[in-house]
Design a protein around this ligand. Structure first.
Ligand code: PLP
Length: 371
């Protein structure tokens, strides 16, 4: 699905030299490279505070801990996403409330959020799924009206712009009260191990979170709150410092590949391509996901695998049907879109190194099967 080897070849010298420097200076943890990356990412995202941490799941958990949410508080998030989002809600003893997604964007449905709000609701967690920002303007309006926190799960959309009605743009992950991202190797900005970060423009919240990631310490050996140990290490920061200046180029390469796919598939009556205006909308295509509407999705998956084309189903089971997250309050009919998606979606190879020959082979192999 991804070609990290070819990408590494282009930035090898810088990464190797940076890693050697960390080894020579033994600044493995909290070294200058981590601080440098924090500053670089703050300026790229145009956000006041970036707090690096160990992975994207921690980033979400720590963001929620920072908001001071209490057991029993309800947190609304999307049914169609990776489980990490809802997992941390459960781990903190908060009550996850899953809602359906929109047909066009595959992101959390604002209408469904509205219906799910109760007096116990404290936060909304929009997930910018597959690289496209959720409808943040409407979500922020709703949050302001009901006095709710917004925690953006930006693990799949780093670098994506969100455009407001008046034309102003902000980076996904910097619009809500706090954003969380992952630097897992296959993400759009990936390191060579685990990594994550939390972003916020709120000074007080940033201070709280900086203590939480470091065992609840604001002063050495004074533990004011229950914290965690969650750090980005210097070697990962070296990789991220080398890749961050390339992020826009990487995302553009993904977008170009998505355009080739969309152009090839658009006229096929059994394929629904991502609805997307390449001139106006932003989308960083963490995944390129199409829908196969003639019931042949599973057969296509097997066919592509036989032809040596990597592909995957994101996500095969709605969260509301997962043993760990099912809840008797849910009504299956309220998840009509997610229930349909899990049977129709298929993700095709998407990374920064796809060339024309590979794309032609993939599109023709898909098209000859899905007639
Ligand atoms: C990858 C991912 C995460 C978790 O990130 P890790 O670094 O793997 O912990 C959370 N949410 C979404 C939507 C993701 O895709």
């Amino acid at each position: 699905m991804v070609d990290l080897k070819s990408q590494y070849e282009h930035i090898k010298e810088e990464i190797n030299a940076g890693i050697q420097e960390v080894l020579d200076t033994t600044t493995y943890i909290n070294g200058p490279k981590v601080h440098e990356f924090q500053k670089n990412l703050e300026s790229y995202l145009d956000v006041k505070h970036v707090i690096p941490c160990a992975n994207g799941t921690d980033a979400l958990q720590i963001a929620m801990m920072g908001m001071g949410l209490k057991p029993g508080d309800e947190v609304i998030t999307a049914d169609f996403t990776f489980a990490a989002t809802v997992e941390v809600v459960g781990l903190l003893g908060l009550t996850p409330v899953l809602v359906d997604v929109e047909e066009d964007t595959m992101n959390i449905s604002v209408e469904a959020i509205k219906k799910a709000i109760t007096p116990k609701t404290k936060a909304i967690v929009p997930v910018h799924l597959f690289g496209r920002a959720a409808n943040m303007a409407a979500i922020m309006d709703l949050a302001n009206e009901h006095n709710l926190f917004v925690i953006e799960d930006n693990a799949q959309a780093i670098g994506a712009n969100y455009t407001f009605a008046d034309g102003t743009k902000k980076k996904a992950g910097t619009i809500g009260h706090v954003g969380a991202t992952s630097f897992f190797p296959s993400k759009n900005l990936g390191c060579y191990g685990d990594g994550g970060a939390i972003f916020t423009n709120d000074d007080a919240l940033a201070h709280t979170i900086r203590g939480i990631v470091n065992h609840g310490m604001y002063e050495r050996y004074h533990h004011d709150v229950v914290g965690v140990n969650s750090r980005l290490d210097s070697i990962q920061a070296v990789v991220l410092n080398a890749k961050l200046p390339q992020l826009d180029t990487y995302n553009q390469a993904r977008k170009n590949a998505a355009k080739v796919y969309n152009d090839a598939f658009e006229t096929n009556e059994h394929i629904i391509t991502p609805k997307f205006d390449f001139e106006r909308d932003d989308h960083v295509f963490h995944q390129y996901v199409i829908r196969i509407t003639n019931g042949k999705r599973d057969a296509l998956l097997t066919h592509l695998q036989e032809k040596g084309i990597p592909c995957a189903i994101y996500y095969p089971i709605p969260l509301h049907k997962q043993k760990a997250y099912t809840d008797e309050r849910y009504n299956d009919a309220d998840f009509a879109v997610t229930n349909k998606f899990v049977d129709e979606v298929i993700a095709l190879p998407m990374h920064t190194e796809l060339d024309k020959e590979q794309l032609d082979f993939i599109t023709s192999t898909v098209l000859e099967f899905v007639l």
